[in-house]
Design a protein around this ligand. Structure first.
Ligand code: ATP
Ligand code: MG
Length: 775
């Protein structure tokens, strides 16, 4: 058997060797789902499947790149390059370019990023004279986005009285008009937004059966990673494309579904077995990523969710250190603690910076971490937030380049028509927009014909507009002979953008110039890379597509020895030996906005599960007692998630003593699994890891934990404990949680118990008043 196949365990090997038919792997974090997908592709190729016939959809472009590399190592890089592999957005952008004319789009259509979309929405609200406090552009934009992802077009919207009524009730009766105008404006600008990349793909395959047939025949094998986070639009594409051959392999983990707020539909994974005939379902249960402490702590968290599939995750790895929980006074102190701890770990264990990650719930939390890391001279990289290509100065240059490829691009024109300043003001812009509507032309077309149209623009402004058009056309001419790097250098010179930036001598101004340099460096790399690609299309449009679809996670700096900082959402699929999850506080994590419904809270809990399962060796959880939120210092309390973890796996380096929430958990009533049986030692040399698997009975026990009866307390307060307490007994206190009785003293009404609480530490309680249950 091939060497790489023998590196899989039995459960992982099966789905790799099953060549045909629909299959699903639902398995916990770190169990090798992504690895199985990767190896499966390599194996298919070795079985003679043409890489052109394999479509593989990943969560990030970076993941696709890594997978391709791994596959390339096995089958040869030349072959791996031909795979259709990437995010839904990048793969279907590529497909749409080839078929754009069928939908009335130019093949060089622009991709509007979320900033472009929001600006357009905001402009439309203004043009319609609506109250921007009622019609908030971000809300409107996200409503448009969710309609599109539900495949509800403008026409479908107007056919649905309920949807319209919902908007009327939300005091935005004119939402439909905004939606309609938004869609028309994008179309006219030859632009698709992110959601269009999926919506238009659906439209394409629904309206043109021959196109669908073509791609069904092309994508004979389809594989999807992180399937639990697909939305309806993505689901339909996968369903349609796989319909003919039904060679579809999806992998995912319902416990890691964290994008419901963006329209991900967990039912896609739950209903997979109904969608195809003869689905083969596989389970992977052995985690290879993390220590026992981490795996079992994560298991104990997800137990609190009611909506979940029964799943077993165990590991043959060492116990490892316990999860450290540490309390701080403020976020600044939290930053110092984390930076200090990283520093110590680095020194003590001789580790690179790249072994560490700091995860947080919200981007705003990164600042305190950055400050502290900088003071310690620890290099770091922040992922997420504003991506490099969304920075103003970078986007300005890109806007010129976008116009070279697609002069209809309205958002690009609006960005740079008067930047650097050339005396074309807002009034002129308003008049131009009015003229576009009157003549049903694009802004660029109106400008090209400015002498012939009646737009109420005076002759000196007309000259300025004509100059602008001439300049863009000169860039277009240059694009025919020069590469993107050379073209951009010329654009910077001709538009005097760099001179403009140099006027600003502040630190910020200097960093903008540095960003220009970085952009040019990136272009040079891109041009070099293109030389190897045989079927490279027009370099500039390809560069712009990469840029539009790049998430910040994708950017390779070439210098990886940095601590990674990112939100938990971005950390999906990744792994780090040392992990710090900061801001473990109520109202922050779980987020204050997510506590209204059980569904929302369960999604937050899954987010915590994702976070913790990124850790390989050691996890730290930190919380503070006060934190600045929206400019105000507010009191903070430890997150309920800390207390939900099975306390056996935690070490408190500071006492946790003021929590408001007694964990309310459905498994409060459930017995703990018998860990002594699961915690087996590592297999001896030469013993295959499979002997270390829990046996059937243990697995059954893990799957179906039996309820145990427990003493019910008298609920009238103060109830006092009247039972027979003995040292060694495990008790539960309403406020302090679980603990072990260490000592008893006194008698009658003065009887006291010394109890070592898992969370609060040692406490002496007067039994007359103590509200205790024997567990
Ligand atoms: P997640 O749910 O977080 O996406 P996953 O199920 O995709 O996790 P992988 O990332 O594929 O898991 O694997 C987790 C780690 O375990 C990786 O470092 C991988 O290389 C390693 N691993 C997986 N299977 C094996 C195996 N059979 N032998 C050794 N290491 C393995
Ligand atoms: Mg994975």
């Amino acid at each position: 058997m091939q060497d790489y196949i023998s590196q899989l365990n039995d459960a992982q090997r099966e789905p790799v060797l099953q060549k045909e038919g629909p299959m699903i792997i639902i398995a916990g974090a770190g169990s090798g789902k992504t690895r199985v997908l990767t190896i499966r592709i390599a194996y298919l190729m070795q079985q003679g499947v043409d890489p052109f016939n394999i479509l593989s959809l990943t969560f990030t472009n970076k993941a696709a790149k890594e997978m391709k590399k791994r596959i390339g190592d096995i089958v040869g890089a030349g072959q791996a390059k031909n795979l259709w592999m990437g995010t839904f957005h990048s793969v279907f952008a590529k497909l749409l370019r080839m078929e754009a004319d069928k939908l009335g789009y130019p093949s060089n259509f622009t991709i509007y990023d979320s900033q472009d979309s929001q600006r357009l929405t905001s402009a439309i609200i203004k043009e319609m004279g609506l109250d921007k406090d009622v019609y908030k552009y971000k809300q409107i934009q996200s409503r448009i986005s969710s309609l599109k992802n539900g495949l509800i077009t403008v026409r479908a919207y107007y056919n649905d009285a309920d949807l319209q009524e919902a908007d009327a009730m939300a005091r935005r009766p004119r939402f439909g008009e905004i939606y309609k105008e938004y869609v028309e404006r994008c179309f006219k600008a030859g632009a698709m937004d992110f959601d269009d990349l999926l919506l238009k793909t659906n439209e394409l395959i629904n309206r043109f059966p021959e196109v669908l047939a073509k791609y069904q025949n092309r994508f004979q094998y389809i594989l999807v990673d992180e399937y639990q986070d697909t939305n309806h639009s993505q689901y339909l594409i996968v369903k349609a494309l796989s319909d003919k051959f039904q060679n579809i392999c999806v992998v995912g983990d319902d416990a890691q579904s964290i994008y419901a707020f963006r329209g991900a539909n967990i039912n896609n994974i739950l209903n997979f077995q109904k969608d195809y005939d003869n689905v083969k379902a596989y389970r992977l249960e052995q985690n290879y990523r993390s220590t026992k402490n981490i795996v079992e702590a994560a298991n104990s968290i997800i137990e609190h969710n009611k909506t979940k599939l029964d799943k077993v995750v165990w590991t043959a790895n060492n116990d490892g250190p316990k999860i450290i929980v540490h309390r701080l006074m403020s976020d600044a102190e939290e930053g110092r603690y984390v930076a200090g701890s990283i520093f110590e770990n680095k020194m003590q264990h001789q580790l690179d910076n790249g072994k560490f990650a700091i995860l947080y719930r919200t981007n705003a939390q990164s600042r305190a971490m950055e400050d502290a890391l900088r003071k310690r001279d620890i290099p770091y990289r922040i992922y997420g937030g504003l991506s490099f290509y969304q920075r103003k100065e970078v986007k300005d240059v890109l806007a010129y380049l976008r116009l070279v490829v697609n002069p209809k691009d309205e958002e690009a024109i609006k960005r740079v028509i008067n930047y650097p300043a050339r005396g074309i003001g807002a009034t002129t812009m308003d008049r131009l927009i009015a003229a576009t509507k009157h003549y049903d032309r694009t802004i660029f077309e109106v400008m090209e014909n400015i002498d012939r149209v009646d737009a109420g623009i005076n002759s000196s402004t007309k000259t300025k507009l004509k100059n602008f058009v001439t300049m863009i056309k000169s860039f277009q001419a240059l694009d025919l002979t020069q590469n993107v790097f050379e073209l951009t250098e010329y654009v910077l010179k001709k538009t005097a953008l760099l001179t403009e930036l140099k006027k600003d001598g502040t630190q910020e101004g200097i960093s903008r110039i540095e960003n220009m340099e970085e952009l040019l460096n990136g272009m040079r790399d891109f041009v070099e890379g293109q030389k190897e690609v045989a079927d490279a299309r027009g370099a500039l449009s390809e560069f712009l597509e990469d840029v539009a679809l790049a998430t910040d996670l994708d950017k390779d700096t070439g210098d990886d020895d940095r601590v990674s900082l990112m939100t938990i959402h971005l950390s999906k699929g990744l792994e780090f030996p040392y992990l710090y999850i900061v801001g473990m506080e109520e109202d922050l994590f779980p987020s204050g906005m997510s506590m209204n419904t059980r569904e929302d809270l369960e999604e937050e809990r899954r987010l915590f599960y994702v976070a913790l399962t990124r850790a390989e060796h050691q996890a730290y959880l930190t919380y503070t007692l006060s934190r600045y939120r929206w400019g105000k210092l507010v009191d903070a309390e430890p997150s309920r998630f800390i207390t939900e973890i099975n306390q056996d796996y935690i070490e408190y380096t500071t006492p946790i003593d003021n929590y408001r929430y007694k964990p309310l958990m459905n498994n409060d009533l459930w017995d703990e699994p018998d860990k002594s049986k699961l915690r087996q030692s590592k297999p001896k040399n030469g013993t295959p890891p499979s002997v270390n698997q829990p046996n059937e009975e243990q697995i059954r026990k893990l799957r179906k934990m039996r309820p145990v009866s427990r003493t019910t307390s008298n609920s009238s307060a103060p109830s006092g404990f009247e039972g027979d307490l003995q040292p060694g007994m495990i008790v539960e206190h309403a406020r302090f949680g679980r603990g072990t009785v260490v000592n008893l003293e006194g008698a009658g009404g003065e009887k006291k118990a010394e109890i070592n609480f898992n969370v609060g530490g040692l406490k002496k309680l007067l039994l007359r008043f103590a509200k205790l249950d024997v567990v």
